[in-house]
Ligand binder design. Structure first.
Ligand code: ACO
Length: 326
């Protein structure tokens, strides 16, 4: 029997229309367009409207991915949703997205920091390659603007809202060809959202002290991100039987332009081989890679047959990379 591969049949993204520029932020916290641009590469980010939740963004991107795949919601066997900013603790955002799609199918969430997208795609791949499901919808969506402390200039300037979805399908042609997932939970304190769970339930104290927001030791996260994104990329390439030079595009997690450049240097690749759109959207966590891929497809940059490396690092810490032939 010939091998079953998982292949991307469709991709789509949705970002809310409202833009928050660095100059807008200058009026909110003590910062400057120059500092944010030089330190991160970000110029503006999108902000969801008050009546838009993570599942709404995810649903809108899913419709676009289905259209791109030429499929209907009922063609989907399984939904894997990745987010760090769920609508609620439960039910899972994936279930809310399935309901919006009018789909009764198995659905659940993957929560693994920004690399939740890599983990979710790997879950989908495993179900497809094992022959259990044929068509899997992977939804990546975040409304980080409601999870940051707008008085903390070290974090609030970095994040944005957005969503992207992928339809993965079973194919006799590759497809996903190599990957690497990894993590180190002992470093979790460096990047966390401490309150609202069992350890620090919501209280007057947690609200007053902005405990329902992202806490990050940026310099440390930066250091680990560069090292582990490069390592994961090389491992995924090795498992694919490819070298960095065989890759047409690197589509990295968009957390900081300097992290991307340093990772490309470690891979020995020119910076131009990485697709970068952090200037327009900031860090949308799980959604950055899909927004980039979808935008590349719209621009005609992503073509069938190209070898693509996607790689991410984030809260957990978790990290991972996938090499696929588009
Ligand atoms: N505007 C102006 N000054 C600022 C700002 C700001 N928005 N933020 C910090 N500063 C100041 C700091 O207070 C500090 O001042 P000091 O020297 O007087 O103490 C100075 O700028 C330098 O601060 P650093 O933190 O050292 O700046 P750095 O060059 O490291 O850049 C940044 C900070 C952009 C956060 C960087 O460290 C980074 O990108 N880290 C990684 C972020 C990341 O990858 N997150 C990953 C995933 S997120 C997820 O998983 C959900």
């Amino acid at each position: 029997m010939s091998r079953i591969y998982a292949r991307i049949a469709g991709i789509g993204h949705y970002v809310p229309p409202a833009r928050l520029t660095n100059h807008d932020l200058e009026r909110i916290v003590e910062t400057s367009d120059q500092w944010i641009t030089e330190r991160s590469g970000i110029k503006e980010r999108r902000i969801a409207s008050i009546d838009e939740n993570t599942s709404d963004l995810g649903y809108k991107s899913a419709l676009k991915a289905l259209e791109d795949a030429g499929m209907k919601a009922e063609d989907i066997d399984f939904i894997v949703s990745a987010t760090n900013t769920p609508d609620m603790i439960f039910p899972a955002t994936g279930c809310l997205e399935a309901a919006k799609l009018g789909l009764k199918a198995p659905c659940f969430d993957v929560q693994a920091g920004c690399p939740g997208v890599i983990y979710a795609l790997e879950v989908a791949r495993a179900f497809i390659e094992s022959g259990i499901y044929r068509n899997v919808l992977v939804i990546t969506s975040e409304v980080l603007s409601r999870f940051v402390n707008w008085k903390d200039r070290t974090t609030c300037v970095l994040f944005g809202d957005g969503a992207a979805s992928y339809v993965l399908t079973a194919s006799s042609e590759p497809g996903f060809i190599g990957s690497c997932l990894s993590g180190d939970g002992s470093l979790g304190d460096l990047l966390k959202f401490p309150a609202g769970g069992v350890r620090e339930p919501a209280s007057e104290y947690t609200v007053k002290n902005h405990r329902h927001a992202v806490f990050m030791q940026g310099r440390e996260v930066f250091r680990y991100a560069v090292s582990y994104m490069a390592k994961a990329s090389l491992k995924a390439l090795e498992r694919s039987g490819l070298s960095p030079q065989d890759i047409d595009w690197v589509v990295p997690h968009q957390a900081n332009k300097r992290i991307i450049d340093a990772t490309m240097d470690k891979l020995g690749l020119p910076h131009e081989k990485a697709y970068v759109n952090i200037d327009k959207y900031g860090n949308t966590s799980v959604a950055t890679i899909g927004i980039a891929l979808s935008e590349m497809k719209e621009k005609g940059l992503l073509k069938r047959g190209q070898n693509v490396l996607i790689v991410s690092f984030g809260a957990g810490f978790t990290w991972g990379a996938i090499v696929f032939r588009y």
